[in-house]
Write a protein that binds this ligand. Structure first.
Ligand code: GTP
Ligand code: MG
Length: 428
């Protein structure tokens, strides 16, 4: 009995010792964890190049949306929770169709800008707009292309603004110059005539190289080859509304190929033979013309003549693989050899637009009614008030060009059988 008591006491003592040890160890671990954590973060921020890791880490946390699952929560207009004066409360928007924090949700896409070093400070405004309204949530890369070498200041300033990776490329001389089959005397004569007729950019050589480059080469620059989708951005543009979904993913998921915000007729004097050249191409290559295309958008007589309607290409979202396709490459070569980039002043906008309208089924072309866009002198400002408020648009709908008489978007809506937004007549 005395021996079993002693055993019990020994067992109790041992058990108490074990409990005490566990307590001390667990307390000790949590204390040292906190210390390690805080001391390591102090070491990190003081010993590293502070700006890079610390600020980018903070930005990512802030940018994370409240919850991607909060899809399409409608606004709260007045009533309980409304503004004290009874006016409609500005609704909150939670429209997330993909998780921007998730790298695997991203598609193979990049912004692309053709620019000169001298365009820098107009361009930074455009980058800021795109980043604030869209890319700070998605961090897509940005490719800058130039016929000259980008200087260090250009690279430093732009890469500080872009939240994705930045790439800078120089354009090959053979893609920014007169091709050997062009008669440069004839081209000079045309420039003189266009100058006398006061045709905008009519006397400019560099503008012609730019239009030819944007028509036939930007999508096959080595820096662009790893991407499938692009968004073209020019200096001095504005984006008016929050874009809370991944536009590139939207394009990918819906198999869209070409997206625009503004459409209007081209100056006829710059493209006198573009349509005849296109018709000859179609005759020789009927296999490239898509069924159910948008011919009726660009022609009012089933293809006999071109009405000049084109998507304004200073804004473009699209699938680069379309420009790299056999149909488009053959079309570009055909146009290039016809010489109209130099003997006239063919723009990349009508060239892209005619190709998208003829070689694509119409459902592959997309009009963005929710972005809000400006490039001097035209505005796209959503006329739907709810859309404007929920997307924090900062534009005046009275300035919207979409349904004005001169805009080709009216025709686009009727050709595609789309319903115009309520009240569009008030902005026509
Ligand atoms: N590297 C380079 N880029 C150019 C040159 N000319 C134009 N660009 C770029 O090409 C794009 C189109 O040129 P813009 O001058 O804006 O042409 P536009 O939009 O028809 O005319 P604007 O109404 O003046 O804007 C812009 O992104 C320009 O920065 C050039 O000679 N070299
Ligand atoms: Mg421009």
């Amino acid at each position: 009995m005395a021996r079993s008591n002693a055993r019990l006491i020994r067992f109790g003592f041992l058990a108490a010792l074990v409990i005490l040890c566990v307590f001390i160890i667990s307390k000790g671990t949590s204390t040292s964890y906190v210390v390690t954590q805080s001391s390591s973060s102090i070491v990190d921020s003081s010993s590293s190049n502070v700006e890079e890791p610390v600020s980018s880490e903070q930005e990512k946390t802030e940018d994370k949306p409240a919850s991607p699952k909060l899809a399409k929560v409608s606004g709260n207009y007045g009533g309980n929770g409304g503004l004290g004066d009874g006016k409609a409360e500005v609704p909150k928007v939670y429209v997330e169709e993909s998780d921007p924090s998730n790298e695997k949700d991203k598609v193979n896409a990049a912004f692309v800008t053709l620019a000169r070093n001298g365009d820098l400070y107009e361009l930074v405004e455009s980058i800021r707009e795109i980043e604030d309204r869209f890319n700070r949530k998605f961090h897509y890369d940005w490719v800058f292309l130039n016929d000259d070498v980008f200087d260090d200041n250009f690279k430093k300033v732009t890469s500080a603004l872009v939240s994705g990776k930045t790439h800078y490329g120089k354009i090959n001389k053979d893609q920014w110059g007169f091709p050997e089959w062009i008669d440069t005397d004839k081209a000079a004569k045309v420039r003189k005539e266009m100058h006398d007729k006061k045709i905008i950019y009519g006397d400019s050589i560099s503008y012609r190289h730019m239009c030819r480059y944007e028509s036939g080469f930007f999508f096959r620059h080595p820096l662009m080859m790893k991407y499938d989708y692009y968004w073209r951005v020019e200096p001095g543009i504005k984006i008016f509304c929050d874009i809370n979904y991944d536009i590139f993913r939207y394009f990918h998921d819906n198999s869209l190929v070409y997206g625009f915000t503004i459409s209007l007729p081209e100056y006829k004097e710059t493209i006198p033979t573009l349509w005849d050249t296109t018709k000859n191409f179609m005759k020789e290559n009927p296999q490239y013309v898509a069924e159910n295309n948008l011919m009726d958008l660009i022609s009012e007589d089933s293809g006999a003549t071109y009405n000049g309607c084109h998507f304004w290409s200073n804004f473009e979202v699209g699938d680069l693989r379309f420009w790299r396709s056999e149909a488009y490459m053959k079309y570009f070569e055909y146009l290039d050899h016809a010489g109209g980039f130099f003997y006239e002043r063919w723009g990349d906008a009508p060239v892209h637009s005619i190709a998208a309208s003829l070689f694509l089924p119409r459902e592959k072309v997309h009009f963005f009614n929710d972005v809000g866009y400006y490039h001097v002198p035209f505005f796209n400002c959503p006329i739907d008030e709810n859309l404007r408020l929920t997307h924090h648009c900062s534009c005046n709908p009275d300035k919207d060009f979409t349904f004005r008489g001169y805009s080709c978007v009216n025709r686009y809506f009727s050709v595609k059988g789309l319903e115009k937004p309520k009240g569009w007549e008030n902005y026509s």
